[in-house]
Design a protein around this ligand. Structure first.
Ligand SMILES: N=C(N)NCCCCNCCCN
Ligand SMILES: [Mn+2]
Ligand SMILES: [Mn+2]
Length: 303
């Protein structure tokens, strides 16, 4: 059922595809939380910028040959842990409300896509899935950075530590697009043999997608996308841009293959920090989010 009245919360794709929460298969959860970003700030503005840009997306997906949003109800929830409203939200408060909110959506059998905000949020999202699912799942990370530091700038929940917290949950991981790590992370990756697809190897290996897929050790997968994993020439609006990132068709082809070969239980898209007078970062990120919904619909028989 499409809502007739204008919803109080800006909806992904605008009014073209608004669904009620009850009718929606997909719930988008804006989490404009920013507390530990280093270098360039602004990712607390990411969710709103993405939603505004999404108005300009075509409902029709020329790859899937479907109007995904018409066939798959998409509901955008109100923002949580909004540091624009309350800069003093603690990491523990953000994690608690994130886990509680995502848990509610999981219990309602929704496919959740959380939109940050800084990458530290992902700890709260993954906790919700680990509490809901009694089997291990692989956290597939798209990122320029390892984010495997034990702590950074005095916090265990710095955005540079999120994948260390995930590893501590005992979950298998696969990190893709990595091209910036510290010595501590290099030693950890070597010692624990953590699966990493290095950005530089992607350019040298035409079979990199299937080789990466082969490293996923569980049927279920959670995908966390730090948009700085994509090249800054495509998404310059990030906190710490690193050259040599994934291009559009690399990320979308990889995502489609992950959806085709594994059960994706949920996703998040983090670290979009829009640039004034430019829409390319938020538009590209919005389009990537829509592609994820399309691949889930395609592989789950929602079409
Ligand atoms: N977005 C991220 N995950 N960034 C990682 C933290 C930045 C580390 N800079 C280290 C600078 C040392 N001079
Ligand atoms: Mn990053
Ligand atoms: Mn990250």
């Amino acid at each position: 059922m499409l809502l007739q009245s204008t919803p109080a919360v800006r909806q992904f794709l605008g009014l073209e595809a608004t669904s009620t929460y009850e009718a929606a298969k997909v719930v988008i959860l804006p989490i404009p939380y920013e507390a530990t970003t280093t270098f360039r700030k602004g990712c607390e503005k990411g969710p709103d910028a993405l939603l505004e840009a999404s108005d300009q997306l075509e409902a029709y997906d020329e790859e899937l040959k479907r109007e995904t949003c018409i066939e798959v109800g998409i509901y955008t929830h109100s923002a949580i842990a909004d540091t624009r409203q309350n800069p003093n939200i603690s990491a523990d408060e953000m994690l608690a409300v994130t886990t509680e909110t995502v848990s509610r959506f999981i219990a309602d059998n929704k496919f959740v896509i959380a939109v940050g905000g800084e990458h530290a949020i992902t700890t709260g999202v993954v906790r919700a899935y680990q509490q809901a699912i009694d089997e291990p799942f692989t956290v597939v990370q798209i990122d320029a950075h390892g984010d495997m530091r034990h702590e950074y700038e005095g916090s265990l929940h710095n955005h540079a530590c999120v994948m260390r917290r995930v590893l501590e949950m005992g979950l298998p991981t696969l990190s893709v697009g990595i091209r910036s790590i510290c010595q501590e992370e290099a030693l950890l990756i070597e010692e624990k043999q953590i699966p990493v697809v290095w950005a530089r190897d992607i350019t040298n290996n035409p079979n990199w997608i299937e080789d990466a897929i082969a490293q996923i050790s569980t049927p279920k997968v959670f995908i966390t996308i730090d948009v700085d994993g994509i090249d800054p020439s495509l998404i310059p609006g990030v906190g710490t841009p690193e050259p040599g990132g994934l291009d559009w068709y690399s990320i979308t082809k990889f995502m489609r293959r992950v959806f085709e070969t594994h059960q994706v239980i949920g996703c998040d898209i983090m670290e979009l920090a829009p640039i004034a007078d430019s829409v390319v970062s938020e538009y590209t990120t919005a389009k990537l989010l829509y592609k994820l919904i399309g691949y889930q619909a395609l592989t789950q028989g929602w079409f």
